[in-house]
Design a protein around this ligand. Structure first.
Ligand SMILES: C[S@@+](CC[C@H](N)C(=O)[O-])C[C@H]1O[C@@H](n2cnc3c(N)ncnc32)[C@H](O)[C@@H]1O
Length: 274
């Protein structure tokens, strides 16, 4: 086992088996399920399914068949166990695969779900082209990117990049929308944005201690020796304090695009809910 004090967040999550969720957790899964009119005849692909939260909950809400893929082989068995726990293993499956080289025929899925994953992929062009290729015409591409609303300090950016093991860039919501629509166009189709909801993170500083106490009681953590449990607690305190501070500068959006033959005309009079 790698030295706990040197682990990045992905390695740490694997160690303590923390269930990875999209931004907004169950609320985001429900919002997408409602706003994309899913029914049990639809087939969904989740990119970067990790320990299976989104795939399983999406299927619980909609009855859809869901396939989750992840580049990290060790997360697959954990995701399968989670599907069995919720009795959806007959319609939710997981596969070790790369987002940049999807092992599926063209137009295989009614929805591609991708939350905080594409920022971890260096060849974003290849990944988004793959999502468009395996999505049916009229199908929905779900993106839930995290982005900065106010720029963090250079120190904070460096510390977060080191913690998650990927260089974090200061991108905003519009950068993400532009990236997706532009790459989509290169595939000969269009990604038409038809749903966009923005969120900010609440300050969780008063909840961190309680959350860590909960994690420390998990069987996966209790199996470690006392001195390792101490290091796990210290590491968790460091990560969650850092992430909470960082997320006070950030937000996320639920973005739904439809795969179409061509882009519609530009609208002038836009609106927002009051
Ligand atoms: C931060 S987690 C977030 C995933 C989560 N499902 C969510 O809802 O936000 C990123 C996941 O993407 C996976 N991942 C990173 N690069 C990938 C790639 N090229 N292909 C497939 N999965 C990838 C990682 O293994 C990890 O499980």
């Amino acid at each position: 086992m790698k030295d706990i004090t040197k682990m990045n967040y992905s390695e740490f999550v694997g160690l303590i088996d923390e269930r990875n969720r999209p931004s907004g957790g169950i609320k985001s899964v429900h919002t997408v399920a409602i706003n994309s009119q899913l029914n049990p005849s639809k087939k969904i692909l989740e990119i970067g399914s990790n320990t299976g939260f989104t795939s399983v909950n999406l299927s619980l809400f909609t009855g859809c068949e869901v396939v989750g893929i992840d580049a990290n082989v060790s997360s697959i068995a954990k995701a399968e166990k989670y599907a069995i726990k919720h009795s959806v293993e007959d319609r939710v499956s997981f596969l070790n695969a790369d987002a940049c080289n999807l092992p599926f025929e063209d137009s295989s899925f009614d929805m591609i779900w991708c939350s905080n994953v594409t920022s971890f992929i260096s060849d974003k062009e290849k990944a988004v082209s793959e999502y468009m290729r395996v999505l049916k015409l009229g199908g929905i591409l779900v993106f839930i990117p995290i982005y900065y609303i106010e720029s963090p300090s250079r120190e904070m950016l460096g510390e977060v990049s080191e913690a998650i093991g990927v260089e974090v860039k200061v991108q905003d919501k519009h950068d993400w929308i532009e990236l997706i629509t532009q790459i989509a166009e290169t595939t000969g189709f269009a990604a038409e944005l038809f749903f966009s909801e923005d969120y900010r993170y609440l300050d969780a500083r008063d909840d961190i201690a309680g959350y860590i106490n909960y994690l420390m009681q998990k069987d996966e953590v209790l199996q470690f020796k006392k001195n390792e449990q101490y290091l796990i607690r210290k590491k968790a305190e460091y990560f969650y304090k850092l992430f909470n501070e960082n997320l006070q500068h950030a937000g996320y959006s639920i973005l739904l695009f439809q795969k179409r033959k061509m882009k519609d005309e530009v609208e002038l009079f836009l609106s927002k809910k009051t």
